[in-house]
Each structure stands twice: as structure tokens, then as C-alpha cells.
Design a protein around this ligand. Structure first.
Ligand code: AMP
Length: 188
């Protein structure tokens, strides 16, 4: 089981867990958010396009995101598996991901949902934004990101549940505890 998705609301700790879990399983960690941020930092055309949406707490258009993921999944290190973090986030991305994998005779094996107390997470994000002086991360944008997740991404969990792939993991607690729960849910 090594073609994995990690899902959960913004601030659930997906990024932190994805790095640790991917390393434990010896598969690449693919974060669309990280790839976008790298492009923003480097000022590439993709970054310039993506930043408009990211700054507003909205999703980058599917066409841009899907092409970027397709390109990444074709790289040789993904042949034996990968952990996707932050993708798919829309129903169209689910279809597109299926279409990327099907010709290779591949499919997603497991979808881990990190469940958290959203109010607590929003408070944590607000404190972090303040501490880091991230004035662009206003309460309004932080709440908008949560809304977009609920509207566009949370429904995807049902699609994967219907395929028998979904496992919910309690995302509250220490990093080590949560990692242990994820690995247990993956049968490790
Ligand atoms: P993340 O670090 O995963 O929270 O992503 C940061 C931002 O990048 C998101 O708020 C979106 O604007 C954008 N982004 C990341 N992944 C996707 C995706 N799969 N589809 C659309 N936008 C995305």
C-alpha cells in the first residue's frame, strides 16, 4: 500500500505528518502547496499565477494544478508509490488523478483523513500568523480557507469512502502520537 493521500482541513498538521510518514515508508512526499510556494518564491509564471489565489485563501484553478501534479507523478521516484498532501482538493482533481494513474495500471490505495477540532486549529493558525508577523494571514483569510475546504474538499472523503479507501485518524495530540496512528491505519 503505497499510493496514498493525506487529507484534512488547513492547519491539521498534514504537512508535518506527510514528511514523517513518507520518510517512514520510503516514498516521496508531494505537496502541491509546497510546489506552489517554491514557484512563488522563485517568481516563475506558475508562481505569479498561483499567488493571486493563494493570497485570497482560494484554490488555484484545476487546470494549473492538475498539469503540475501530472508532471510530478511522471518522475521516476513516484514509480513505487507516493504520498500526496493537499491534492486532490476538488472533485475534478479526483477524476484527473484517476485518469493520470489508470493508464499506468495504478490507483490510490488509501486515503487518510486527519480529523481535528476546527475551532482549536483556527486559534492556533491565528497565533502563528501573529507570531510570524504574517499580516497577509488575516483571520478573514484563515476562515475563508476553512470554508473552501468544507465546501470543495470535505465532500471528496465520501467519494473515497465509497471506494472503501477512507480511514479517519485523530489528528489532535503530539506529532509522534499522530504519526503512530497514521502508520497503524496503514497497517504498519
Ligand atoms: P497548502 O499548503 O496545501 O495548504 O496549500 C496552500 C495553498 O496552495 C492553498 O490554499 C491553495 O491556494 C493552493 N493549493 C494547494 N494545493 C492545491 C490544490 N490541490 N488545488 C488548488 N489549490 C491548491
Amino acid at each position: 500500500m503505497s499510493r496514498l493521500l493525506l487529507m484534512g482541513p488547513p492547519g491539521a498538521g498534514k504537512g508535518t505528518q506527510a514528511v514523517v510518514v513518507a520518510a517512514a515508508l520510503g516514498i516521496p512526499h508531494i505537496s502541491t502547496g509546497d510546489i506552489f510556494r517554491l514557484n512563488v518564491k522563485e517568481g516563475t509564471p506558475l508562481g505569479v499565477e498561483a499567488q493571486k489565489y493563494m493570497d485570497a485563501g482560494e484554490y488555484v484553478p484545476d487546470s494549473v494544478t492538475n498539469a503540475m501534479v501530472a508532471d510530478r507523478l511522471e518522475q521516476s521516484d513516484c514509480a513505487a508509490g507516493f504520498l500526496l498532501d493537499g491534492y486532490p482538493r476538488t472533485a475534478a482533481q479526483v477524476d484527473e488523478l484517476d485518469a493520470m494513474l489508470a493508464p499506468r495500471g495504478e490507483a490510490i490505495d488509501r486515503v487518510i483523513e486527519l480529523t481535528v477540532d476546527v475551532d482549536e486549529v483556527v486559534q492556533r493558525l491565528l497565533i502563528r500568523a501573529q507570531e510570524q508577523g504574517r499580516t497577509d494571514d488575516t483571520e478573514e483569510i484563515i476562515r475563508r480557507r476553512q470554508e473552501v475546504y468544507v465546501e470543495q474538499t470535505a465532500p471528496l472523503l465520501e467519494i473515497y469512502a465509497a471506494r472503501g479507501l477512507h480511514a479517519a485518524v485523530d489528528g489532535m495530540g503530539s506529532v509522534d502520537d499522530v504519526t503512530g496512528r497514521i502508520l497503524a491505519a496503514l497497517g504498519r
